[in-house]
Design a protein. Sequence first.
Length: 543
Amino acid sequence: MAGQYTFPGEFMQKPSLANHWRQDLTAGFLVFLIALPLCLGIAVASGFPPMAGIISAIVGGLLVSRIGGAQLTITGPAAGLIVVILTSVQTLGEGDALAGYRYTLAAIVIAGALQTVLGYFKAGRLAAFFPASVVHGMLAAIGIIIISKQLPVMAGVQSQGVSILSGIAALPHSLIYFMPQIGLIALAGIVVLIGWPQIQQPLLCKIPAPIIVIASGILLGHLFQLEQLQPGEAFIVPKDILFAPHFLVTFPDSLLASFYLPDFGKLTAFAFWESVVSICLVGSLESLLSAAAVDKLDPEKRYSDLNKELRAVGIGNVVSGMIGGLPMIAEIVRSSANIDAGGRSSWANFFHGGFVLLFVVLFPDLISTIPLASLAALLVYTGFRLASPQAFAKSMDLGKEQLALFVITIFAILASNLLIGVLIGIAAKLLLHIGRGVSLGNLLSISYKLQANGPNSWIIKVSGAALFSNFLALKSQVATLADGQTVIFDLSAADLIDHTVMEFIAHYQEDYIARGGRCEIHGLADLESLGDHALAARQRRYI
């Protein structure tokens, strides 16, 4: 979450392999089963060769797991970067897919170098600067774009439209000309993804749904002879619809042929640096938020060194980009699966990468039998989870202004691009606070006092407005307080506490109590909640 408290690195100690190797080996294998189809699907949807997703998972598992600052995160390609990478390939390539791929590899390398530098300068805490409503809006927009790009693949046709919005508008016209065989394979995948978690049989429950999707797709692909399927076999064949030229994953005969070097020939182009900043921004945000969220799921209550994790992901992106791979992040879905499977340390991430490597070395031909429609079904399901009705409902619970910021960010991204959309969302949040009477000085500078309140007791008195844009100083200050004491947040003199700061204080209280201390929050009764959620923004009634 955006307000997650980051603890110093000494809280994170790397256990030895001998301690939990059996649990980590088993968890790594189960995560590999989930990761393999997602890596392939994310790569294809990003306009990269399928092997690019595999490379990213291998580098993330074998390298980043050994140098990172997190215990239970799984590192690899993520659906959240599909939009950024695909836009980069199309923009930089100017119609040449291979050229766009190699230019984007160069952007990944430089973005990774920037992430490494940011990690060394301890910029991990800056993730809190991005309001939760804007981050959630960004993720929902990414989900909508993924769905719009992958629905045509599920139908066996190519997406239409130049811009995001025109592509969405063209969907009904394209989808009515679906190919029945392709549509059936995709539909089977969606049914499995929805229905498989409902199965109560213990042994079957241990098999990840994505593997069943791929297995059913391969069987149906053989039944329908997809390798021989022609576009003329569509339900209706219009003159103005372009059908997908291939319906199966294209995988090279030689693994050496999968490696490509980056092309730095666009270094002077504005679009190149726009891609660099977008990859760095989205990748860093997702990694930091995912690592912080995974910390909350850790049964042993360990805390990640987010700066070290950011450095490690940056180094991984440099290596991945140099050999033809996608950028990587600490991915929340696979990380959660790792915890559920009994993973105990970062060695589970290492084993996951090792299993991916073994599979592509031993069974490369099997990958070429996977239908693209099955991968598209996985991504559409993922996109729906990012942009689900629950995401809108949660924003509404936090207050009407949070819902407005959420929707503004979504439409801004759909109408422009991800980077501009996020900036518009942040600007809208700042304008909202100014409209509430927050001064420009208070917008960027918080007013608070840290005072001793007796032996081993501290009181933090906050006055004025405490906002996403000004609370980093407060966050750094409370990070210096030792465990086992009493900490009191006194908000009785505050005029406005936004959702990001409310979230931070609540998480700090939870973590501090878990580490043996006492943490109290005073003065909330004097502030009016702006939503139904307990962590909704609060303001004094006279504002």
